[in-house]
Design a protein around this ligand. Structure first.
Ligand code: FMN
Length: 408
C-alpha cells in the first residue's frame, strides 16, 4: 500500500542530544523568547552557551539566560580574552535568535566589534539566524540584501513569520516559533548526509527568443532551485547549479552554470549530468513551447506578428532514457490541485520523484520565499504545510535519502 504523510516541519529526532549550541541573543523585543528557546534546546539534550549583545541587555537580563542555560552568559569581547575564538571552537552549531537588522548587517559585512559578531567570523560550522523586527525594517532592501548574502554563504535563515508585531502593526517580522527555530538547529546539525552524492540542480526560467530583443519566458525566480542547491551543498553534496536568468545571488561552494534558452539548458544538463551524477533535480521552469522561428533582426512593429510555437525538447526524458541514469526529481507547477496529472507525468517520464505545487495558491509557487508542495514518489505522497523554500528543499532531500537506491 502507498504511504501518505503530512509534514508540518522537519523533526529533530534526537539530533541535539549532547550537542553544544552557541546561542547569540540580540537587542530586539523578542529577546525574552530566548529563555524559552534555551529551555527547548536543553530539553532536547543540548548544552547551551549564550552570548548577549549590549542591546540585548536592555530587553532581558543575563541572569534569566544564565538560570535557563545553567551556564555562564557572555556579554563582552574583552571580559574573557579569546572567548571569540574559544566559544565557537567547541560549538556544534551557532544560532542567533532573535537576530536584529543590525547584527545581520554586521555579519554580512564582516564587522567584528563585539563578542557575537567576532564569534560569527571565527566560527566554521553551521549558523542559523532567526530574524525578528518591524515589517518595514524587514522588507527594507538593505536587510534583504544582507540576508541574501548570508544565505549564499551557507547561513540558514529561519523565519520571520507574519503576524502581530510588538509595535501593534501586522506584518512579516515576528520571530519564528521556538519549536521551528529548534528544528532548524536540529536540521543544521544533520551533518553531511549527502557527502557521497553528486547532484545537478536546474533553476529559474528559460528565455525563448522571437527576435534579438523579444523573448517568451515565465515567472520563475529560481528561488526553489537555488534553495535546493544550497541545501544539497550544505549537506555535503558536490553540486552543480544550472540556472536560467535570475536576479538571485550566486551561491558559493558549488559549480554554477549560466544558461538562457531551453536549448542551452538541455545542453548543459546533458553535459553536467555525467555517469557519476547520482541525482538530477529539475526545478527549472523550462519553456514548454518556443517560437518556431527566431528572426535574426528585430521584427518591425508595422510588419505585425503571428507567433507560431512548437514544443521545446523534453530535457528529463533525455536523461531518464539513458542506460546509466541518476535518481531524477522533477517539478510540476500547476494551477489548481491536479496532483494526479503530476503523478502521471512522473510515471510517463520515468522520474523517481516529482514535487507538485499549485502556483495559484497564495504564498506558493513563483516569486515568493514560501511554498506548499506534494512530493510524490513510488512509495506514496508527502504533503507539506506552507513552509520556507529552504525547509521544502531539505524535505525534498530527506525524501531522496529515504528513497535512494541501496549502495547509491
Ligand atoms: C524598544 C526597541 C525595540 C527594538 N526592537 C528591535 C527588533 O525587534 N528588531 C531589530 O532588528 N531591532 C530592534 N531595535 C533596534 C536595536 O535594538 C538596535 O538596532 C540595536 O543597535 C541592536 O543591537 P544588536 O544587534 O547589537 O543587539 C529596537 C530598539 C528599541 C529601542
Amino acid at each position: 500500500m502507498k504511504s501518505f504523510s503530512l509534514i508540518k516541519s522537519r523533526k529533530m529526532q534526537g539530533k541535539l542530544k549532547d550537542k553544544s549550541i552557541l546561542l547569540g541573543v540580540t537587542g530586539g523585543v523578542a529577546a525574552y523568547k530566548a529563555v524559552e528557546l534555551v529551555r527547548r534546546l536543553k530539553d532536547e539534550g543540548a548544552s547551551v552557551t549564550v552570548i548577549m549583545t549590549k542591546a540585548a541587555g536592555h530587553f532581558i537580563t543575563p541572569l534569566s539566560l544564565e538560570v535557563a542555560s545553567q551556564n555562564i552568559v557572555y556579554t563582552s569581547l574583552f571580559d574573557t580574552p579569546m572567548a571569540h575564538i574559544a566559544l565557537p571552537a567547541k560549538a556544534d552549531v551557532m544560532v542567533i535568535a532573535p537576530a536584529t537588522a543590525n547584527i545581520i548587517a554586521k555579519f554580512a559585512h564582516g564587522i567584528a566589534d563585539d563578542l557575537l559578531s567576532a564569534c560569527f567570523l571565527s566560527y566554521q560550522g553551521r549558523i542559523v539566524v532567526a530574524p525578528s523586527m518591524n515589517w518595514k525594517m524587514y522588507e527594507n532592501q538593505i536587510v534583504q540584501e544582507n540576508l541574501r548574502k548570508l544565505k549564499s554563504r551557507g547561513v540558514i535563515q529561519v523565519g520571520p513569520e507574519k503576524g502581530r508585531l510588538a509595535c501593534g502593526e501586522e506584518g512579516l517580522g515576528r520571530l519564528s516559533d521556538v519549536q521551528d527555530i529548534a528544528e532548524a538547529v536540529g536540521a543544521a546539525i544533520t551533518g553531511k548526509d549527502l557527502s557521497n552524492e553528486k547532484i545537478v540542480v536546474t533553476a529559474g526560467p528559460t528565455r525563448e527568443y522571437i527576435d534579438p530583443v523579444r523573448f517568451i519566458s515565465n515567472r520563475s525566480s529560481g528561488r526553489m532551485g537555488y534553495a535546493l542547491a544550497r541545501a544539497a551543498r550544505d549537506r555535503g553534496a558536490a553540486v552543480t547549479l544550472i540556472s536560467g536568468p535570475s536576479s538571485l545571488e550566486r551561491p558559493c561552494g558549488l559549480k554554477f552554470v549560466q544558461v538562457e534558452t531551453s536549448e542551452e539548458m538541455l545542453e548543459a544538463v546533458a553535459k553536467e549530468t555525467g555517469e557519476d551524477t547520482t541525482v538530477l533535480i529539475m526545478s527549472a521552469a523550462v519553456a514548454d513551447f518556443k517560437p518556431q522561428e527566431r528572426s535574426a533582426s528585430k521584427i518591425e512593429k508595422s510588419e505585425g506578428m503571428t507567433l507560431k510555437l512548437h514544443k521545446a525538447d523534453d530535457i528529463i526524458s533525455h536523461i531518464t532514457g539513458r542506460d546509466k541514469r541518476p535518481f531524477v526529481i522533477g517539478f510540476a507547477a500547476e494551477t489548481g490541485g491536479n496532483i494526479d496529472r503530476a503523478e502521471k507525468k512522473m510515471l510517463q517520464k520515468n522520474m523517481d520523484m516529482i514535487v507538485f505545487n499549485d502556483v495559484s495558491e497564495p504564498g506558493a509557487g513563483f516569486e515568493v520565499d514560501t511554498n506548499r508542495v506534494v512530493i510524490i514518489d513510488r512509495r506514496g505522497k508527502t504533503v507539506t504545510e506552507l513552509l520556507s523554500k529552504d525547509s521544502i528543499a531539505d524535505i525534498v532531500l530527506d525524501r531522496f535519502v529515504e528513497n535512494k537506491p541501496c549502495g547509491g
